[in-house]
Design a protein around this ligand. Structure first.
Ligand SMILES: [Ca+2]
Ligand SMILES: [Ca+2]
Length: 154
C-alpha cells in the first residue's frame, strides 16, 4: 500500500496526481490529493485503507489536542464519509506527529508512523481489529537523536 498525503489547496477543491495531472479522490494509489477547506489550520493527514474495503480512509490529528481520528470513505467515487473511529484520544500523542500510514507488519491493516517533535525518535504503532482501529502494539524504528540532521521524504 502506498502512502498518500493530503494537503489544503489555496485555490479550490481538487486533487493532484503524482504525475501532475488532476485526478479524483478514488484513485489514491497514484494521487496526491489537495482539497481546499478540508484541512483547516494547515494540518495534514494521511490516507490508507484501515477497514479493508478497498477505499482509502483519512487520518486526522487535531492541531490542539493531538487526538487522532480515522475517517472511513465509501460510496460513489469513494467520496462519501461513512463513519469514523478514534485511534488516539486527546493528549495521547502530544509531542508527536504522524509521518506515515503503512502496513509495516503486513497484516493487511495500515500502521501509523510517529516522530517525536523534540527527539526525532520514530515509532510504528500496529493496528488491527474492526475498522483497523485497535492499537495492537508498537516498535521503535529510530531511537531518540538518530534522525538528527535528516528530513523525512514522503
Ligand atoms: Ca477503507
Ligand atoms: Ca499492519
Amino acid at each position: 500500500m502506498r502512502l498518500t498525503s493530503f494537503y489544503r489547496a489555496a485555490d479550490g477543491a481538487h486533487a493532484v496526481c503524482e504525475s501532475g495531472s488532476y485526478m479524483v479522490l478514488r484513485n489514491y494509489f497514484v494521487c496526491l490529493i489537495v482539497v481546499a477547506g478540508l484541512l483547516p489550520g494547515g494540518a495534514h493527514a494521511f490516507a490508507a485503507d484501515f477497514n479493508g474495503d478497498g477505499v482509502p480512509d483519512v487520518l486526522w490529528q487535531n492541531n490542539s489536542t493531538a487526538e487522532v481520528h480515522v475517517n472511513y470513505f465509501g460510496g460513489s467515487g469513494g467520496a462519501s464519509l461513512i463513519g469514523y473511529n478514534v485511534l488516539y484520544p486527546p493528549g495521547f500523542s502530544s509531542g508527536w506527529h504522524i509521518i506515515g500510514a503503512l502496513d509495516m507488519d503486513n497484516n493487511g491493516t495500515p500502521d501509523v508512523l510517529w516522530q517525536n517533535d523534540n527527539t526525532g525518535e520514530v515509532h510504528v504503532n500496529y493496528f488491527g481489529g474492526p475498522g483497523g482501529a485497535s492499537l495492537l502494539g508498537f516498535n521503535v524504528l529510530y531511537p531518540a537523536g538518530s534522525t538528527a540532521g535528516w528530513t523525512l521524504i514522503n
